[in-house]
Design a protein around this ligand. Structure first.
Ligand SMILES: [Zn+2]
Length: 72
């Protein structure tokens, strides 16, 4: 179980100042300004799970596959 969504817990310090694009909403910001979570997502019709960086906690919830959010 994850106990933090702070990027600094999961990523090397030299990566935190780089810019990334949120896979959910497309926002570009410093990696240190976003959040990291263990998410289920669909890639080319295959359901996958891994640590995913997004720009804000709301994007974590939105990017999580609906099958794992109590929705059909
Ligand atoms: Zn986002």
């Amino acid at each position: 179980m994850l106990h933090s969504i702070e990027p600094s817990v999961f990523l090397a310090s030299d990566l935190l100042s780089t810019t990334a694009q949120c896979p959910h909403c497309g926002t570009k910001c410093a990696v240190s300004d976003g959040v990291v979570g263990l998410l289920h997502y669909r890639l080319e019709d295959e359901l996958k799970y891994s640590l995913v960086w997004v720009c804000q906690p709301a994007c974590l919830l939105a990017f999580e596959h609906s099958q794992f959010m109590g929705r059909a």
